[in-house]
Design a binder for this molecule. Structure first.
Ligand code: PLP
Length: 428
């Protein structure tokens, strides 16, 4: 259970704590602190979640089941962001750089406290892409060196390695993972079997974006460590989605977006690098030799809205108040609500293994015989239900990702529409 002290501890500066005083939300989160019930029981308490739903000022004339793409932020995050953007415009060199910028260190401390690691190991970036590319382009690799990943990694990250192939002559190798992926040993073995004397880096998704499948990152890291291969984890969907500590995974580099499951402002991410590896990574924006071991070298990107990164503070406070176990339990409850209804239907195939620990909010479903692109288009055009269409060389389906503000009624509407399509196909 999370104590009131640890919730408030997420925001060191009093001005940031004041951002959480939306009365209903504040009361709901306060009550949650002393709630003796377990996460599953709270997850089913609709009265509690109604207040969380109200904390997100979203358009309820549409049903957003693509929260894996990028999430709306709750009002407490959005309002403080707007306030900081407004004051930044007064006298930017003063308001932005002198008044606001020092708050980044508070954010850094909050990230370390919440996600596990030394404060000097966390850089604040704009998204996973930036964090990952810092590592993908910043590590010294020679012609013929190999980097190893899967056939289900994010397209942009594969593109980064493809560019290094063209530019530096490195070799990208990809292992094929089963779909659904229900066996940790298979994942570890496929990576292990593909390691050669030239393997210099493994890139692995913590959560595969195509299916929401959670991969056994710690096991892959343990295997790689024995063989002396560093591991870069793409945690775009993992941070604030389910409980874990980055520094306990055994990886060398960890990247995530904070505008997904932390509900921070759009354009926020983190990069964690194990202390003794920071100096091995060149920043994308050049730094001086004396900055080699300083994680802040990755943040020198020129003038940009400081307000955006500071919004992580309110998002952390909201996240802590909610509690990651309760959050995950609610996300799983919402996911299972649609899965329970759709999975037994004929022609419906689930592409995600939903055993505990192998998936959170995100799952992908295929209706055999119904092509995904027109299905996703139909959901949106006719029903204003937003889902992500997934198309991979080996599989396709509709990726569904509810969030804490999603109502059971919204899930039921989705179920109703999908059931009709599974039974009768797409209307002509
Ligand atoms: C697995 C994975 N990696 C990286 C990214 C890139 O995230 P961002 O666009 O926030 O940089 C995404 C985006 O959805 C993703 O799913």
């Amino acid at each position: 259970m999370i104590s009131r002290r640890s919730f408030l501890g997420a925001v060191a500066a009093p001005s940031l704590a004041a951002a959480c005083t939306g009365p209903d939300l504040h009361r709901a989160l306060q009550r949650a602190q002393g709630d003796p019930r377990g996460p599953e029981e709270v997850a089913a308490d609709e009265t509690f979640w109604r207040e969380i739903q109200a904390a997100f000022p979203v358009d309820r004339s549409l049903t957003n089941l693509n929260n894996g793409g990028a999430s709306p932020a709750p009002s407490v995050v959005q309002e403080r962001l707007e306030h900081r953007l407004r004051i930044s415009n007064d006298a930017p060199p003063y308001h932005m750089w002198q008044l606001l910028a020092p708050g980044r260190e508070v954010v850094r401390q909050g990230l370390a406290r919440e996600f596990g690691g030394d404060v000097e190991e966390f850089a604040i970036t704009r998204n996973s892409s930036e964090s990952l590319m810092i590592c993908q382009h910043g590590l010294d690799l020679e012609r013929g060196d190999e980097v190893l990943t899967t056939d289900q990694d994010y397209h942009r990250m594969l593109k980064a390695f493809r560019q290094r192939e063209r530019r530096d002559g490195i070799v990208l190798r990809q292992v094929e993972l089963p779909v659904p992926c229900d066996d940790d040993d298979v994942v570890v073995r496929r990576f292990a079997d593909a390691i050669t004397a030239r393997t210099r880096l493994i890139l692995i998704c913590h959560v595969i974006n195509l299916t929401g499948q959670v991969l056994p990152v710690a096991k892959v890291c343990a295997m790689a460590r024995e063989r002396g291969v560093p591991v870069l984890v793409d945690g775009a969907h993992a941070i604030a989605h389910f409980p874990f500590r980055i520094d306990e995974l055994g990886c060398d580099f960890y990247a995530s977006s904070l505008h997904k499951w932390l509900f921070a402002p759009m354009g926020t991410g983190l990069l964690w690098i194990r202390r003794d590896r920071i100096a091995d990574v060149w920043p994308l924006f050049s730094a001086l030799p004396e900055q080699d071991g300083d994680i802040r070298k990755f943040e020198e990107i020129g003038t940009h809205p400081v307000a955006i990164g500071l919004g992580i503070a309110e998002a952390l406070a909201f996240h802590r108040g909610l509690g990651v176990e309760r959050k995950l339990a609610r996300l799983v409850l919402l996911r299972d609500r649609w899965v329970r209804e759709l999975a037994p239907l004929e022609r419906v195939r689930l592409l995600t293994d939903l055993s505990p620990g192998r998936a959170g909010a995100i799952a992908t479903v295929q209706i055999e015989g119904v092509p995904t692109a027109p299905l996703v288009e139909h959901l949106w055009d006719r029903h204003r239900i937003l889902c992500a269409g997934i198309r991979h060389r080996r599989f396709e389906g509709v990726r569904v990702s509810p969030s804490v503000y999603t109502t059971p009624a919204e899930i039921d509407r989705f179920v109703e529409v999908m059931t009709g399509i599974a039974r009768n196909g797409l209307p002509g």
